[in-house]
Design a protein around this ligand. Structure first.
Ligand SMILES: CC(C)(COP(=O)(O)OP(=O)(O)OC[C@H]1O[C@@H](n2cnc3c(N)ncnc32)[C@H](O)[C@@H]1OP(=O)(O)O)[C@@H](O)C(=O)NCCC(=O)NCCSC(=O)C[C@H](O)C(=O)O
Ligand SMILES: [Mg+2]
Length: 293
């Protein structure tokens, strides 16, 4: 199966951005226990530094230096002066995914996939679309369904807050409808959906609260801006020991019921759909355990 096909339980708990122009960060990332890296060519790289950063991230993505981490490249947005060269370099490097900011329509996805294929992107290179504008939220379902090569939605909550004239507040009330819409579309299309970043790298309490909220909402993981956020995201987006124990107990009770349509476990009603959720929990637990992180 090509990697851009929907692999159900590939852990994407912690997805760390780093500026493609920051050599120190590119080196340091080889030892960071995140599930994926986004080597950035967009907002975190100054215009003068973009050509050199493009070469550096292509070399990094084409190397074997990052072990089990999924290495992705974020190119500059469609219509910018850097986009075409970024997309060609990223396609030829063959990362796990090419992350494209400010995708606005299904036509954008089709054009991106066509350009990736023309530039020689291998089958294992997925497209990850950033959902971070009002039009992307409003067209989320058609974007999510636009191509088999689309592997994930990545929420861009900084741009979303900016475009909505909203504010960053604890609990994220102003953008919850947008987050839910992106999640609904992503789940309908069977792709991964990764939450936005938490900007205050010193506020551990606020960060962990946002991870907890993201997991409860259904996100697969969270994008991060600092290595200090990796451990918290890995813990928050993996099933807890209690969740694993509960899943095993529930499945055991179901199997003991030997074909009954409904059983009880710990005083709770259990039907087939609860068993499916419990099996998903165990599959994620096994995938995370296999990573050893
Ligand atoms: C936010 C930062 C600028 C802070 O950097 P700094 O002050 O250097 O942090 P520290 O001194 O605490 O760093 C400690 C060491 O860790 C390394 N480091 C820091 N950040 C990273 C990183 N992201 N990846 C790898 N390594 C990192 C430092 O080099 C230090 O190493 P050492 O010298 O050995 O001690 C910085 O964290 C940063 O640049 N973060 C990423 C910024 C970024 O990529 N932004 C773009 C995406 S965010 C976004 O906008 C998403 C979306 O589009 C939206 O709209 O929301
Ligand atoms: Mg953005």
């Amino acid at each position: 199966m090509a990697a851009h096909e929907k692999a159900p339980f590939t852990p994407l708990r912690s997805v760390l951005y780093m500026p493609g122009s920051n050599e120190r960060a590119l080196e340091k990332a080889k030892g960071i226990a995140c599930d994926a890296l986004i080597l950035d060519l967009e907002d975190s790289v100054a215009p003068d530094a973009k050509p050199a950063a493009r070469e550096a991230v292509a070399a990094a993505a084409g190397s074997d230096d990052y072990g089990r981490r999924a290495v992705t490249i974020r190119v500059n947005a469609i219509g910018t002066e850097w986009h075409d060269a970024d997309l060609v370099a990223a396609s030829q490097a063959g990362p796990a995914a090419i992350v494209v900011p400010k995708v606005g329509s299904a036509d954008d996805v089709a054009a991106l996939v066509s350009a990736m294929e023309k530039a020689g992107a291998p089958d294992h290179t997925a497209l990850w679309a950033m959902v971070e504008t009002p039009v992307a939220i409003l067209d989320a379902l058609s974007i999510a369904r636009a191509s088999e090569r689309l592997g994930a939605f990545v929420l861009g909550t900084n741009d979303l807050v900016k475009e909505l004239y909203a504010e960053h507040v604890p609990g994220r009330g102003p953008i919850l409808p947008s987050l839910h819409t992106a999640l609904l579309a992503g789940r309908a299309a069977g792709i991964a959906v990764i939450d936005g970043v938490y900007n205050d790298v010193k506020d551990t309490e606020g960060f962990l609260a946002e991870c907890e909220q993201g997991r409860q909402m259904g996100f697969d993981g969270k994008t991060l801006v600092h290595p200090g956020q990796v451990e918290g995201a890995n813990a928050a987006f993996a099933p807890s020991e209690q969740a694993v124990e509960d899943a095993r107990g529930l499945i055991g009770a179901w199997e003991d019921g030997a074909g009954a349509g409904v059983v009880t476990w710990n005083g709770r009603m259990v039907e087939n759909l609860h068993v499916e959720s419990a099996r998903r929990t165990l599959a994620i637990h096994e995938a995370v355990t296999a990573l050893g992180a």
